[in-house]
Ligand binder design. Structure first.
Ligand code: SF4
Length: 507
């Protein structure tokens, strides 16, 4: 079997999903080849001499090799200004390729003439793959890979930014090797398949669509049943090609979410069941992967790492630095616990705080108390652990007054917040909340995952956006936090700045 990870996703670490699939297939003696077209295609594009030569592009092209060396070196991450210049120059070589309709970056791919939310547009892309920026790269790489005798090709589509190029890739595979069976899976395909409107518009082009974890369905194709639990085979990936100052080890300790109550959450709306690996297995697999891949950073991919596993980490985790998403729980009220996390290598925690208004948090069923949030932020700050705080605006539970309280909260505690992510609420199509609201199409497209809604208090997207742009982001305390966010790579590179930007330590 051939497994492909298509462009574009942030190219800082190997993809976790297909390395897990490859590991399971190989452990069951099914031959498997796995390729990361995301990093390969981006590097291919960066290496091509651009046609349009303004001074910036010319400089970016001249510096491309030095910038690729720098972005993979630790020293770049000691100067944010140098880092910014390096990333923006590399990105310039991506965006200059786009032409009139395509916008490509190190983190995104959009085409104003084709929407990844419309199945007709995706089918058009499959019919005319030359419209994709990566068509010539695919043509270069595919013949050799398709010579493999295996019947199946799996494509892992996780983000909207991968959808158009995935369908160009599928179209080319159909042209070059019509006898191969094509399977698609991954996070985006799962979301599509769990939408109430899903009717599989791709039959005739794609042989199998997989909802959720692909291990068991793929093994079933080979008339095998899943028995062996194995760690992902990251060693099959080009580990030294990624744009990071060393190898990053992405690792899932669970799927779904142990809380699973937040009313705005797509995970809950998609009814993803919670399951977690046994802690002994987590420790053993991470230990094995550390030995095999020598990472400089472990990225825990869970929606929320469970507090009990964090306790195990704080006792047993080796000192390889790590970061991940956690819920604000009572554990973080204990300063010694936070210090222990720090000792275990925790550089940064991502925290979904969402709002600075307790009423909003309660109505969202977030299950956190603002006094606890403040205590947790203080303890993490004292322990020297950076925080990447996620705020969400425009939920049905929020009006302008409540958004202003979030603004006050953020300013009041700005010294405890290292990085900030601001998002405007999208109502998942299958959210139970939509029953009480007047809804209408959000993005026109049969594959859209969200619905527009009439805000019960008139706090609509336009007003929220204007509040964020004209008021929230303008406050000097908040602008300082936003300005330190690594461009394009955001939280994926943020931990590399946590040791050196002098923001932490006992106070
Ligand atoms: S904690 Fe996060 S993943 Fe879990 S339900 Fe809430 S928003 Fe969803």
């Amino acid at each position: 079997m051939l497994l492909i990870y298509p462009p574009i996703a942030k190219p800082s670490e190997p993809p976790a999903g297909i390395t897990q699939l490859a590991a399971s297939l190989l452990a069951h003696n099914h031959p498997c080849n796995v390729v990361d077209f995301n990093i390969e295609a981006q590097l291919d594009l960066i290496a091509l001499e651009p046609e349009y030569n303004d001074n910036w592009t010319r400089r970016a092209y001249r510096n491309r090799r030095a910038n690729l060396r720098e972005i993979r070196s630790q020293s770049l991450y000691t100067s944010f200004a140098r880092y910014q210049k390096c990333v923006l120059e590399l990105n310039r070589l991506m965006e200059i390729r786009g032409g009139r309709t395509i916008t490509a970056s190190l983190a995104n791919y959009q085409d104003t003439s084709l929407s990844p939310l419309k199945s007709d547009d995706l089918m058009t892309m499959a019919r005319f793959p030359q419209r994709c920026l990566f068509a010539s790269f695919f043509r270069k790489r595919l013949p050799h890979l398709l010579a493999d005798p295996s019947d199946f090709i799996g494509i892992s589509i996780n983000y909207l930014s991968q959808a158009l190029s995935s369908f160009a890739l599928i179209g080319l595979i159909r042209q070059l090797a019509p006898e191969k069976k094509i399977i698609v899976g991954g996070g985006l395909v799962t979301s599509w398949m769990r939408s109430p409107h899903w009717r599989n518009p791709f039959s005739g082009l794609i042989d199998y669509c997989i909802d959720g974890c692909g291990v068991a369905p793929l093994l079933k194709l080979f008339e095998d049943t899943e028995t062996r639990q194995v760690p992902p085979r990251l060693d099959l990936m080009p580990l030294d090609s990624y744009l990071a100052p060393g190898r990053i080890l992405p690792y899932n300790t669970s799927s779904g979410c142990f809380w699973n109550k937040c009313s705005f959450c797509p995970e809950r709306a998609e009814k993803t069941p919670y399951s977690r690996k046994n802690p002994a297995r987590v420790m053993q697999e991470i230990g094995m992967l550390r030995r095999d891949t020598a990472p400089v950073l472990i990225h825990l991919l869970d929606n929320a790492v469970s507090p009990s596993l964090l306790e195990d980490f704080s006792e047993e985790m080796p000192t390889t630095p790590w970061y991940g998403f956690v819920r604000v729980t009572g554990h973080l009220q204990n300063l010694d616990y936070c210090r222990q996390l720090k000792k275990s290598g925790c550089l940064m925690l991502k925290l979904g705080i969402e709002s600075g208004d307790q009423g909003v948090l309660d109505r969202l069923e977030k299950g956190i108390d603002l006094a606890l949030v403040v205590k947790a932020l203080e303890n993490l700050h004292r322990a020297g652990i950076a925080t990447y705080v996620y705020l969400l605006f425009g939920t049905p539970a929020e009006g302008r007054k409540e958004a202003e309280r979030t603004l006050e909260f953020t300013i009041k505690h700005h010294r405890l917040i290292t990085f900030l992510n601001l998002a405007i609420f999208n109502m998942p199509l299958n959210s139970p909340e939509r029953q009480d609201l007047q809804t209408s199409d959000f993005y026109s497209g049969d594959l859209s995952l969200y619905t527009d809604f009439s805000h019960p208090r008139g706090w609509n997207r336009r007003q929220v956006r204007s509040f964020l742009d004209r008021e929230f982001k303008k406050k000097p305390e908040i602008a300082t936090i936003l300005n330190r966010d690594p461009p394009l790579f955001t939280s994926n590179h943020a931990p590399f700045f946590c040791k050196d930007i002098g923001l932490f330590g006992e106070s």
